[in-house]
Design a protein around this ligand. Structure first.
Ligand SMILES: *Cc1c(COP(=O)(O)O)cnc(C)c1O
Length: 422
């Protein structure tokens, strides 16, 4: 299983670079670099049927991934997550053909494992001894896990109000965790300072070329799990947008490989009304998203005021005939227990945002009832206990709490605090 990686290309100025050195942004124009492959050679070497009996992880696509030396393919079992039909949830929102890709089953409980396994594998392969990133939480935990696996030092900068269990998890996985008074953008300044001092390699979203390569495997998996077809609509909770950008790249690659035809899903970017820079830019018809001031939401992964890949997210959404939509925190909190009751999935608030968005788009007629709609459930719900209940799973009441008996079941009443009281 030889990687067909050939070079890096700037997503904006198209300058190209060799793959034998660690690079962050394009040295010429400071935009994201993307990995390019010899897809013609891969097409000859790898018919899609050859995948059938491969390992149940994202490494089943090793030829289309950037790690050259197989010994550097770190793994904790990431990827190849379940694609579930969710008819009860679908019936509740008027979409009988609803599907869920449950990314909460990844190592460290979120789809950040896909991106970070690739970034850390490549960083190690190219000689880095220490890695760092700013994070809303889950990226830091995933970085810590794979750095531990590789024997690298990991440094993580997170907002002080990061979900407490994620900070604990990240420390338990051996990373040095620094809590910052501010948002992920403020954390990024600390990581940059360390880069300037030569302390570590920066693994920030899209500021290095390989996280998006890990995330693109969601697109490969979807196609393979759906018998080499794609859904009509994909609904993706968007912070930095790496997964959306990665899947869009994967669709082009798979078409070049002869694995799928030219039909594409409509890509829906979901954000929280408390931090919706992409939605605002999409509505304004802009190519770039201005930074969001005063970002606040119960979905930590969506609290990204400014995304370096904004133009790539907006391009993909537009090219697909998709849309961008913001949802309210109250609706996110209301749907979390409903999802659990309907389908047995205890998921993250970001995932619930996709349900709210799909329900709204179905109600507007933007999604037709017979369409096949895929929601990305991006994380496991267990990390968000502070939002939901006390440690024993009982309802809690404290300042500003909203009690929501989402399913009309007194014994299972769920009480939730608002995010700004965390
Ligand atoms: C990071 C994160 C997101 C947002 O993902 P991006 O690829 O940065 O847009 C969504 N959900 C969860 C649980 C996350 O951790």
């Amino acid at each position: 299983m030889r990687s067909h990686l050939t070079h890096l290309a700037c997503a904006r100025c198209a300058a190209t670079y060799p793959v034998d050195a660690l690079l962050n942004l394009c040295p010429a124009c400071r935009s994201p670099l993307l990995a390019r492959y010899d897809l013609a050679a891969a097409r000859d070497a790898l018919p899609r049927a050859a995948l059938a009996d491969r390992v149940g992880s994202l490494w089943r696509y090793a030829e289309l991934l950037p790690v050259i030396d197989a010994a550097w393919r770190l793994t904790l079992g990431e990827g190849w997550t379940p694609l579930l039909a969710t008819p009860r949830l679908g019936a509740a929102i008027g979409l009988p053909n609803l599907l869920v890709k449950d990314e909460g089953l990844n190592p460290t409980g979120s789809f950040k494992a896909r991106g970070l396994v690739m970034a850390v594998s490549r960083a190690g392969e190219l000689g880095a001894k220490a890695v760092a990133l700013p994070s809303a939480g889950n990226a830091g935990a995933a970085l810590a896990a794979y750095a531990a696996r590789a024997g690298l030092a990991a440094h993580v900068y997170v907002p002080r109000d990061v979900p407490p269990l994620i900070a604990l998890e990240t420390r338990m996985l051996g990373a040095d965790v620094t809590l910052i008074d501010g948002l992920i953008t403020d954390c990024a300044a600390h990581v940059k300072a360390g880069v300037a001092e030569g302390r570590w390699f920066d693994c920030s979203t899209l500021a290095e070329p390989y996280r998006v390569e890990g995330k693109k495997t969601m697109g490969y998996e979807l196609a393979e799990q759906l018998g080499w077809t794609l859904p009509d609509v994909i609904v993706y909770p968007t912070g930095g947008g790496t997964g959306l950008i990665g899947m869009w790249k994967a669709f082009d690659e798979m078409e070049a490989l002869g694995w799928i035809d030219g039909r594409r899903p409509r890509m829906v970017s979901v954000q929280s009304a408390g931090c919706a820079p992409i939605v605002r830019a999409w509505e304004a018809g802009a190519d770039h998203a201005a930074p969001w001031v005063g970002a606040a939401t119960v979905a930590p992964g969506l609290r990204v005021p400014s995304a370096i890949g904004d133009f790539l997210i907006l391009d993909a959404v537009r090219a697909s005939g998709g849309c961008a939509i913001a949802v309210e925190d109250d609706a996110i909190l209301e749907w979390l227990p409903r999802i659990g009751h309907a389908e047995g999935i205890f998921t993250a608030p970001e995932s619930a945002a996709t349900v709210v968005a799909a329900a709204e788009l179905a109600a507007r007629g933007w999604i037709k009832p017979d369409e096949r709609v895929l929601l990305f459930f991006t994380g496991n719900g267990l990390k968000y206990e502070y939002l939901l209940a006390d440690g024993a799973g009982a309802a809690v009441t404290h300042n500003g709490v909203t009690a929501i008996d989402a399913v009309g079941n007194d014994t299972a009443a769920v009480v939730m605090a608002r995010g700004d009281e965390r």
